[in-house]
Write a protein of this length. Sequence first.
Length: 501
Amino acid sequence: MRTRLSALLLVLIGVVLVSLGIPLISGMAADEARTLHTDRMADLSLFVSRAPFGEEPGAAEVMALERDLERYEELYGISVTVYDAARHPRYSNADSAALSVAEDAALDTALSGRLTEVWDHIQPWDSEPLVAAQPVVRDGDVVGAVVSVSPVEKAANRVLARWSILLAAELVAMIGAIALVDRLARWLLRPVARLDEAAHQISAGDLSARVPTGSGPPELRRLEASFNDMAVHVQDAVEAQRAFVADASHQLRNPLAALLMRLEGLAMTSGLPGVSKARQTELMEQALADGRHLAGTLDRMLALAKVENAGAPAVALDVAAVVDERLAFWMVVADRRGVHIVRRGAVEAQGLHDAGALAGALDAVLDNALKYSPEGGTVTVEVRSVPGAAAGPGPRDVVPIGGPSSAPMLALAHAVEVSGPDQPPRGGAEVTVTDDGPGVSAQDLPRIADRFWRAEGAEQEGTGLGMSIAKTLMERHDGSLEATTGEAGGLSVRLVIPPAS
């Protein structure tokens, strides 16, 4: 490719040099012809002014003219002849009086009272002499003409010398262009070569291969950066897939083994005498429980795979409205479990995210909080604008939503009611969910969003995928999920939504 690009650039440069050189060569030839014609006409003007014409020209004038003609021929090798109006040569330094075709035409032009025209050009291979003629005018009448015949060898040599200099300059320019084109082609194609090498490495299985950036045209540098970003996403996706498969195989192995063992035990006891029906029913219920746990794990895994590979674009939304809508659903669950839900904070908080993804993350966090909160406990949900955003409604009185002996729909309506007009915030938002459960130790907090991780000694059933799903959903559009220990114990999970543009 470098050879083809270099050849193309050299062809273009060659066309440019030829396009410039041809007019210069032609101009040099024409300029030499004009210079020579001007010199000849100036010399002929001198002889015209000194040519003696009349009935009896003076001897001194004739001798002076003949001396000048001979001296002119000795110095320049140019023959000059003075003709009268009858075309008879009167004074000459030429050896032959015979007129060539060019001389005859030039003499006719001069005797008609006109000057010979400028020659078009003189080229190095020209050998025909150049003829110039000028009329001799006395008292307004053409009484004769002066004709010169000039050899062109010296002028042709001068043209050849100038052409040689020009061609040498273009040759030097072409050599320089070859060196420059080679360096330019290398500079242009170096990023392409690096991209090709990195692509081959990735196709061979080395997902860590990257393209070095920092050289080449800006467009190719952007392509390199985009390629590296793509490679990072591909590597992350492949590693996530590998981790998902490894975790899934590890997590499914034990429940599946337990299920098979219980089924084998059930098959063995069904044919043994003395095994009570109650024992068989117990074994069947245990097998069903293991099967349900296995099915739940598979459902959670499929949900995690779905949220990792799909999603809607981020849009500006009211985070508080999404929170209140999900609380209306979860307060029924909270009422059944005997847990109070308390809604605090702003009634409006603008952010940039996908409403479905935010609702899914909030569902996973609320499910976890309600699952680990004891009966009679409280789950606090607080919505607020991030620092630096326009101020929305500030902290509010605690309003229970759900819980035993409550009016859920009335409580929800009261929870979103604020007094006084407030401007909606314009920045990002935070949603903090705090429960009264056993919490998580400080050393285990960083692992809370790991796949299939569960706190040691956890009594509630689960797959360890809920918080991982919530974290994946939040990070889809530059959000985040953070977990800390609550002020009064328990677990506090904060969902951070970026500001709307």
